[in-house]
Every structure is written in C-alpha cells, then in structure tokens.
Design a protein around this ligand. Structure first.
Ligand SMILES: Nc1ncnc2c1ncn2[C@@H]1O[C@H](COP(=O)(O)OP(=O)(O)O)[C@@H](O)[C@H]1O
Ligand SMILES: Cc1ncc(COP(=O)(O)O)c(N)n1
Ligand SMILES: [Mg+2]
Length: 548
C-alpha cells in the first residue's frame, strides 16, 4: 500500500522558481518594497469587494447531541474553527452524555424535508455533510432535496453506532445508504464498525482488511472512501485508509492517549466538508481534517467533563492556547530533507551578511529546508531575525527549523526545532510544541535513532559523515556508521558533517535506506555567494540521485 504519493526527491520541482528579473543576490540581497496601504476611493472599493465575498458554507444534516461532544454541535464547532459557516438541519434529538445515549427522538421526515428546503433554497450552501440519519425515510428525503438543490460536494459520515456502542441508525437505513445516497457522495467516511455493517458484518482487524473494505464500499458508488481506524486501539498510530478508486493511501497520525474521543468522526467529516467548501482537493481536505482532530485531541487530552468513559474535546483549542499555533500545514514531508541548509552566525558575520539575507539566498538557490543554528546571538536579536526568516520561508513554502531554542521556535512560530543529544529530550519538546511541528534529533547510534522515534521525532540527522570544523569534539562516523544508523532507523535521515560539493554525490550514491538528503553548513554559508553554492549543490544532488 502506498503512503501519500510524493515526487521522488531527485525529480521534485524546485520549491521556489527563480524569475529571470530577480536581482542577483550576492553578496547581499536588495530589500523588497511593500505596496502602500489603500486609502481614499481605493479603500472603499476594497471594502465593497470584501463585503461581497461569499463565506464558505457547510450544511450539516445530523442529530443533536445534548452533551455537545458529537453530532450537530461538533459539526458547528469544527466548521467555526476552520473559518467556515455551518447551517444545520436536525434529524434527531438525542439525550446523550459521556456515559452513552439515553434516548433518541427522531424528527418527522417531512420536517427534515422542510428544514432542508429552507436552507438549500436560500443560503448558497457549498457542501452538505451528513451525520446521524435515523431512518431510511430521512435518507430518501435528503436524496430528493439534493437532486432538487445540487451542491458542490456531499460528505457522508454513515453514523450508525456511537463510540459508546449505542445504535443511532437502524439496519433499515443500510440499504438506502447503499442504493441511493452513496452514489451521490464525494466521500463516505465509515469507522471500522460501520464499514463492517455496510458490508454485511465482515470482520475488520488489520490495515489490509480496511483496504479491502474501502475498495468494496467504493464499488457502492462514492467518489472516495475513508475507512477510519480510530477504534483500532491496538495500533500505536491512528491510521485511516483513503481510496480514490485507483490508489490506497494510509494516513498516519499520532494516537493520542485520551478518553476524550467522543465526536472524532463527526469532527473529521465536518472538517473535510469545511476544507472542500474553501476549495481544497479531496486528499488535501482529508489531511487537514485528520491533523485538526489529532491536534484537538492532543490539546484536550487531560480535560475532564462528565463522569463517563468518553469525554468531549475542545474544537476551539486554537483560541485558548496561543502556544500551539496549528496551521493548515500538512504533515512533515521527508523529501524536504533533500537539501538542508543550516545557518551559522560566525560565518554570516565573516561574510558581512544578515541571517535573513543568508536564508533568502539559500532558498533562492533551492534549499528545501532551513535550520537557524545561532550559537552566539543575543536572544532578542535572534528572535527578530528568526521572525523575519519565518516570513521568508513561509512565502517560499520552505519549512524553517530552529536549533535547540524551543523558546525562539514558539515565539516566532517556526515549523519546528532540531535538538541534539544533550538538548531537551524530543518527547519533552513534543509536549511543548504539540503534534503539528517538525522535530529533528541528531543521532549517532542505532539506540539513539530508536529513542528519537519513540519520543515522537519526525526525522534524525546522522553524522558527522566526514570530519568537520563546525562542531567541536564530533566523532566522524564515516559511511559505515551512516549505513548502520540509516538501515535501522524508523525515521527519515539527513546526513550531516563535512558534506560539500566535492563529496555530496558520494553520500547520495550510497543509496542508503531512509536517507533523504544532506545537511550543509560551511559548503553554503562559508562562501561568497550562498545562492550559487546552493544551486550548484542542488544540481549535484539531483544528478547523484538520478544515477543511483
Ligand atoms: N486517540 C486518537 N488519537 C488520534 N486520532 C484519533 C484517535 N481516535 C480517533 N482518531 C482519529 O479521529 C478520526 C475519527 O475516527 P474514528 O474515531 O475511528 O471515527 P468515529 O468517531 O466515527 O468512530 C480518524 O481520523 C481517527 O484516526
Ligand atoms: C447525535 C450524534 N451523532 C453522531 C454521533 C457519533 O459520534 P461518536 O462516534 O464519536 O460517538 C453521536 N454519538 N451522536
Ligand atoms: Mg470514535
């Protein structure tokens, strides 16, 4: 089974295009001039245009959860958190809490139809998301309404049983789901129990079972299927299987150890709908949604509401915890390690350039990730430079990491940090930064690589491959040491230590498992023209990858 498809590093397009008209950036770059703010009539036009802007709109057709962890209440909170308007057609009212579902009161089918008519005929709905549809009659009413008032996309979460094990939609709706609703759906998102019921109670225990189920449900008519693995607690990751009719993609997330998982499925489907309403493609929408659920669970893992086994979580965690700024960045892409530029304040001083100019030049030359390693800057000066570099990196789509300084990474909202063996342990860094950030760890041994993986790191840096002057007392591992660590690592690896234009090809040509790229300091920054050196190294690496 494929993981998220990626271009092989050697063929990956440059992260930044280099327009011919760009001023040559050596030895220092020219300042960029921001356009003047709009004033007078121009401002009025801008305001009018802003007023006319439609608000992406999801309509949820689902049940009310009196405990507000799942159902309509979860859907509205999830859409609000992602900046999308959410209207609601209530199909049932449930008496529900953290213990389970105590009662269900279905709304008459005609009145579900009336609510649908009210919203769909007037309010420019982009995407419809369905949750609890308590009877076959309600499913039919919905299908009729959608035929009358078509929308851009339909997300079907085939809610049948709550996490607490209570029935929310009886077996009589199964046939109508299969025969009428699925063929109208852009995506169907069953959990393992629901997938099993839809397929006549087949047993689902493994990823391979989930893949088979996704394929069988796809044959019932939806354009995409996501079989969710939240309820497979034996798996150390939370793995969902996505199928688009051609390819299976395993979506891996951190499994958050918490009891507060009530409403994860409703939230996931609503986030997918919200992202689709904003114009995202399906896989992208699913990835953002999964990351959102993971982050919300992470930040709510210790909340206590109610006495039952399944608590709600906080969808609006982002409002409360400015520390954890969950952007819509996708999960770490190991191919970003291809040409890893590590800055050095001493070298920048020597060549008379600012950190900012050094970073900009490296990115213009094709660096795929940047780490700021400023061992002797004052904190305030470093923070200001880091903030400027975050802006530069963000506009080029290149991740920015900070060496060692978790405080700086948090304050400038960097994409992550890189820590060494004597810095803060990666698991503590993960606690502070949350799941959305990249964490790298320097490792020289198989045991250290194993620990980094256990601690929740995203990649390891392994070296020194060659002798180096940038780090004192740094034993050289050589190719053999690198090979040993790469072969055993469960994480992607970037090689580091004395790598330059003269030897980078020999490292990539080793073709080692998990080796994704090289990290360089002096070879880029202890040179007169950072951009030229980076460009040259990039082409050496690409040629080496093409050969090996
Ligand atoms: N403990 C957890 N940690 C991280 N992600 C989880 C956890 N539990 C569920 N998820 C994720 O939440 C989403 C909803 O999944 P699931 O709980 O299986 O659906 P449902 O709520 O319909 O039973 C999935 O993306 C799943 O991987
Ligand atoms: C009204 C309503 N809709 C959906 C769910 C499923 O949510 P979960 O699977 O998290 O219990 C629920 N419990 N209640
Ligand atoms: Mg669940």
């Amino acid at each position: 089974m494929a993981s998220v498809p990626r271009l092989p590093a050697a063929h990956a397009p440059p992260r930044t295009s280099i327009p011919a008209a760009l001023p040559f950036l050596c030895p220092s770059s020219s300042p960029r001039v921001a356009p003047p703010p709009a004033t007078g009539p121009r401002r009025l036009v801008a305001v009018a245009a802003a007023r006319a802007m439609p608000w992406p709109h999801v309509l949820t057709v689902a049940g009310s959860d009196s405990g507000a962890g799942a159902g309509i209440q979860a859907d509205i909170k999830a859409c609000a958190a992602l900046g999308v308007y959410c209207s609601s057609v209530v199909t049932a009212v449930t008496a529900q809490n953290t213990v389970g579902v105590q009662g269900v009161h279905a709304v008459p089918e005609e009145f579900v139809g009336e609510q649908l008519r009210s919203v769909l005929s007037d309010m420019s709905v982009d995407v419809v998301k369905t949750g609890m549809l308590p009877s076959a009659g309600v499913v039919k009413v919905l299908c009729d309404s959608l035929r009358k008032f078509p929308v851009k996309a339909l997300v079907v979460d085939p809610v049948m049983v709550s996490t607490s094990g209570d029935t929310l939609s009886g077996p009589s709706t199964l046939a109508t789901y299969r025969d009428e609703l699925f063929s109208m759906a852009d995506i169907v998102t069953p959990n393992v129990k629901e997938a099993s019921k839809l397929l006549g109670d087949v047993s689902l225990h493994t990823i391979s079972d989930m893949r088979n189920a996704a394929e069988s449900i796809y044959k019932l008519g939806p354009k995409h299927v996501l079989v969710k693995g939240g309820d497979m607690p034996d798996s150390p990751d939370a793995i969902d299987v996505f199928f688009d009719g051609k390819e299976f993609i395993e979506l891996h997330g951190l499994r958050i150890r918490t009891h507060n998982t009530h409403g994860t499925g409703c939230t996931l489907a609503s986030c997918i709908a919200a992202e689709l309403a904003k114009g995202a493609k399906m896989l992208q929408a699913v990835q953002v949604a999964k990351k959102f659920v993971e982050s919300a669970l992470y930040h709510s893992k210790d909340l206590v509401i109610g006495n039952g086994p399944q608590g709600p979580f906080d969808h609006l965690f982002n409002l409360k915890s400015p520390l954890y700024k969950m952007g819509s960045r996708q999960k770490f892409n190991p191919d970003d390690l291809f040409l890893y530029a590590v800055t050095d304040s001493g070298m920048n001083k020597k060549w008379g350039r600012s950190i900012k100019d050094a970073v900009r030049a490296a990115i213009e030359g094709g660096a795929t990730i940047v780490q700021l390693r400023e061992k002797d800057s004052e904190t305030r000066e470093f923070l200001e430079a880091a903030k400027a570099c975050v802006e530069i990196c963000k506009s080029s789509g290149v991740p920015l990491l900070i060496n060692d300084r978790i405080d700086i990474a948090l304050a400038c909202n960097a994409d992550g940090v890189h820590v060494g063996q004597s810095d803060m342990p990666a698991w503590e860094v993960r606690e502070l930064l949350g799941p959305g950030k990249i964490i790298g760890v320097s490792c020289k041994t198989v045991a250290q690589a194993e620990q980094a993986w256990k601690d929740g790191a995203d990649y390891i840096g392994c070296g020194g491959v060659f002798p180096t002057t940038t780090k004192a007392n740094n034993p050289t591992l050589g190719f053999d040491g690198l090979r040993t660590v790469c072969s055993a690592s469960k994480l992607p690896v970037v090689a580091i230590g004395g790598i330059n234009a003269g030897n980078a090809d020999s490292v990539m040509e080793l073709g080692l498992p998990n080796l994704k790229g090289v990290a360089v300091v002096s070879a880029l920054f202890d040179r007169e023209c950072v951009m030229t050196e980076t460009r040259n190294l990039r082409s050496i690496l690409m040629n080496a990858c093409a050969r090996s």
